[in-house]
Design a protein around this ligand. Structure first.
Ligand code: UD1
Length: 431
């Protein structure tokens, strides 16, 4: 089993380049099968979730051709199966985007029902509500969700809760429906906008993505395109928080600073110096004491839930008492027990973490409970005294490309060890 081994205590310094947004790419890949023409997608991150999605697409008959590490050519002309297996859904929930894509194109689709996951129950009632409003019949049973329609007709859909997944899934199906669809209380995340831009580049007629009302006029068919995925705001934010926690000075390149405003605002409140450039952000925390603050996760443009564990790690090192309130997912503080083993003082009451800052974390052996919490534990290890060993790193590899290499580029003593022996060898070398 692979592990990350980290000798902490060294401020991160230098430059790091961010890859394409995983969550945008997952939806864009699914949407790529909605035309019979070739679609070329660039700036894909080379991470596990993307590779699972490509496998799921290959399995239903899409032609998937790797052009290089970050570029694929997709052709959805010969899709044979309209059913996506549990094997893929259990690895990545986002393979349910194939439901919206297939329903839009073929008016029929079936995917295994996604279950709960490490961070909460994650229902799909809003996706179902949207598909039904477009005229699909939905059947749920035997672990499957099946959708079929004679034809799809545009409709007015109000989402009772802001949901990225439901907004994107409905957007895809509505693109090939008859007439006009209005999605109200839509998610405004940058990846929703990216999916809409991608579909528009294929001939869709979508307006208002990035606001809470999206208007879609259905078109009969989509055509091929070439498209580059936006930079990953969560990967970028993770490196920004790593710079803060280690009192480093890091410039994060290939970002859209506007997408990082909530993260930047909280780092400023914590006392860091931030410099924004056209497509880069510098975080400087050298010799700067971190200050306490309050954070609540919210849909975009609020503070992202996917940055919550990384923020908590930073505030765990800030003077005074901070609070972090998780308002999106009900079970997203599981990593706190692991962080406590590294010396953090955090009490969780319902959906609020009350954090009393400590001067230092101490290295320990911990397990990554999920993708973002795993990255947060790495940040804690980089800031800690001594050695930290992180198990279950496959969670982190689901969403971060060459994580340890990018950290090494910033001067971190961090290695991916493929055996206990390799881990011991690294520890001897750095001790
Ligand atoms: C996406 C992201 C995930 C991020 C989350 C919130 C992807 C692949 N994943 O997940 O990394 O943490 O957005 O920014 O893009 N809800 C319902 N009914 C539904 C759907 C959602 O009640 O039908 C609830 C969820 O339980 C949650 C909230 O809505 O409380 C937001 O979830 P949603 O935005 O849908 O998250 P995902 O799209 O699953």
């Amino acid at each position: 089993m692979e592990q990350f081994v980290i000798k902490g205590g060294k401020p991160l310094q230098g430059h790091v380049t961010i890859g394409g947004a995983k969550n945008a790419a997952l939806a864009i890949l699914a949407a790529a099968i909605m035309t019979d023409d070739d679609v070329v997608i660039d700036n894909l991150p080379d991470v596990r979730d993307i590779n699972v999605m490509l496998d799921a697409m290959g399995e239903i008959g899409a032609k998937v051709e790797r052009i290089d590490r970050h570029t694929v050519r997709i052709n959805g002309r010969n899709i044979e199966a309209l059913s996506v297996d549990y094997e893929y859904i259990k690895k990545i929930r986002a393979s349910y985007y194939l439901l919206g894509a297939l329903l839009g194109k073929y008016k029929k689709a079936e995917v295994a029902l996604p279950g709960g996951c490490a961070i909460g129950a994650r229902p799909i009632d809003l996706h179902v509500k949207g598909f039904k409003a477009l005229g699909a019949e939905i059947d749920i049973g035997y672990g499957l969700i099946s959708a079929k329609a004679k034809w799809l007709a545009g409709n007015h859909i109000y989402l009772d809760k802001v949901s990225v997944g439901a907004t994107i899934n409905i957007l895809m199906a509505a693109t090939l429906a008859d007439g006009k669809t209005v999605i109200e209380n839509a998610a405004k995340e940058p990846h929703v906008v990216d999916v809409a831009n991608f579909l528009n580049s294929m001939g869709a007629n979508i307006r208002g993505a990035g606001t809470d009302v999206i208007r879609i006029v259905g078109v009969p068919a989509l055509h091929g395109t070439e498209y580059s995925v936006i930079p990953d705001q969560i990967e970028a934010g993770t490196f920004m928080f790593a710079a803060a926690a280690t009192h480093g000075n890091v410039t994060v390149h290939n970002v859209i600073p506007r997408h990082l405003e909530a993260t930047t605002a909280k780092l400023l409140e914590a006392g860091c110096e931030i410099t924004e450039y056209d497509d880069a952000v510098r975080v400087n925390a050298e010799g700067i004491p971190l200050r306490h603050t309050q954070v609540t996760t919210l849909p975009y443009p609020g503070f992202p839930t996917d940055m919550q564990p990384q923020m908590t790690v930073v505030l765990g090192l800030a003077e005074g008492t901070s609070t972090v309130t998780e308002s999106i997912f009900e079970n997203r503080f599981k990593y706190v027990d692991e962080l406590t083993r590294m010396g953090a003082h955090i009490q969780v009451e319902s959906n609020i973490a009350i954090i009393t800052g400590v001067e230092r974390y101490t290295g320990a052996r911990v397990s990554a409970p999920d993708l973002r919490a795993g990255a947060a534990l790495c940040i804690a290890g980089l800031a800690a005294d001594g050695i930290t060993v992180i198990d279950d790193v496959y969670y982190i590899q689901r969403g971060y490309e060459s994580f340890e290499k990018k950290m090494q580029g910033l001067g971190a003593n961090m290695e991916l060890a493929d055996s206990e022996r390799a881990a011991q060898k690294f520890i001897l070398k750095v001790s």
